[in-house]
Write a protein of this length. Structure first.
Length: 346
């Protein structure tokens, strides 16, 4: 485990949390918060890097099988996804369906993580809407073992990435505004380049990891990458949203990931703090739980007409989500992960 990247998971999960706080107060309608959806791009690129970091050599050297890899990923993704899906079913009002059969279609699509292949918001954002990104992760995980022959050298991956990237950017340009979310934000096929960027970063990491990098040089790399990312982030409003959904952030996210993966600078030492690392460990639970809490509170506000200032309610809600995430991670996520791997790897 690379502690700095684990901590970054928590920071980017917080950005997604901030992007969704607009349901509580219009203060969070500002660009600084709403642009927090970049956290999803970060997670997709990070996924490509971490999966390659943990499994590429093992699969290349036949130390693990495709089955073992897929079981590990299923054990990671599905238990909490299904739990939050059933919570959404119990709570209700999280899906728009015309009748019982239509509701069942929505449910099965969400249950199997295939809902984002249908470019309709009532499908890809139905039930627990943050789970749409898991559909993308599912495709990434399925394809990864088949990419191993291409992953042997960065040149082979580039030969795959470059034409796909050109097609993606060209397609984005010709897509009508009202269709960009369904085709370019949530669609697993069109988000696949994000994952390949992460795999390419793993090759760059292998190049740098044995180089002699001083603490001063490492600190400079980390600070420059953060400033570079912030410059993209703060001025993103000048860029059409269709590009910001993925390709616009490939370079700044890649710079952040590679600089912090080396763990050479002062910022890395800060991110290695155990509290931040724990935050990263519970970030999956945090991500899938947070919107339930925000929406339930927003609904309660409307029904009671009782207004609490956001600078009080948001920190309280954040702490509640952290507590629920810790409980979920310790008493559900980890135990279920182990049980599924034990069951299917016998």
């Amino acid at each position: 485990m690379i502690n700095t990247l684990t901590s970054l998971r928590f920071l980017f999960a917080m950005m997604i949390f901030g992007a969704h706080c607009y349901v509580i107060d219009s203060f969070f309608d500002a660009h600084f918060f709403k642009e927090g959806f970049v956290g999803v791009s970060f997670f997709f690129v990070l996924s490509g890097f971490i999966i390659a970091y943990n499994y590429q050599h093992k699969l290349q050297e036949n130390k693990i099988s495709k089955r073992t890899f897929w079981v590990a990923r299923i054990a990671r993704v599905y238990p909490l996804h299904w739990l939050t899906l059933f919570i959404a079913v119990i709570l209700g009002n999280y899906v728009v369906a015309s009748d019982c059969m239509d509701w069942l279609k929505h449910f099965l699509a969400s249950f199997t993580l295939t809902n984002t292949y249908i470019p309709k918001a009532d499908y890809f954002f139905s039930f627990n809407s943050p789970s749409w990104s898991l559909c993308c992760e599912q495709l990434f995980y399925f394809c990864f073992p088949f990419l191993i022959p291409l992953a042997k050298t960065y040149k082979r991956l580039l030969y795959l990435f470059i034409p796909i990237a050109i097609i993606v950017v060209t397609g984005m340009y010709f897509t009508p505004e009202d269709e960009i979310k369904g085709y370019w934000y949530v669609n697993p096929v069109t988000r696949f380049p994000d994952f390949i960027v992460g795999m390419l970063l793993f090759h760059l990491y292998n190049f740098f990891k044995n180089k002699h990098i001083t603490s001063r040089q490492g600190s400079a790399m980390e600070i420059i990458s953060v400033l570079f990312f912030l410059s993209f982030y703060l001025f993103a409003s000048e860029i059409p949203k269709v590009y910001r959904y993925s390709c616009y952030y490939w370079l700044p996210v890649a710079m952040v990931l590679i600089s912090f993966s080396l763990q050479k600078g002062v910022l890395s030492r800060i991110l290695s703090n155990r509290l931040l690392v724990t935050g990263g460990e519970i970030s999956y639970s945090f991500y899938l739980i947070h919107l339930f809490v925000l929406l339930l509170y927003a609904e309660w506000q409307k029904e009671t007409n009782f207004k609490i200032a956001w600078y009080i309610s948001i920190p309280v809600l954040f702490c509640i989500i952290i507590l629920l995430s810790l409980l979920s991670y310790r008493y559900f996520e980890k135990p279920m992960n182990q049980k599924i791997k034990s069951l299917f790897n016998k």
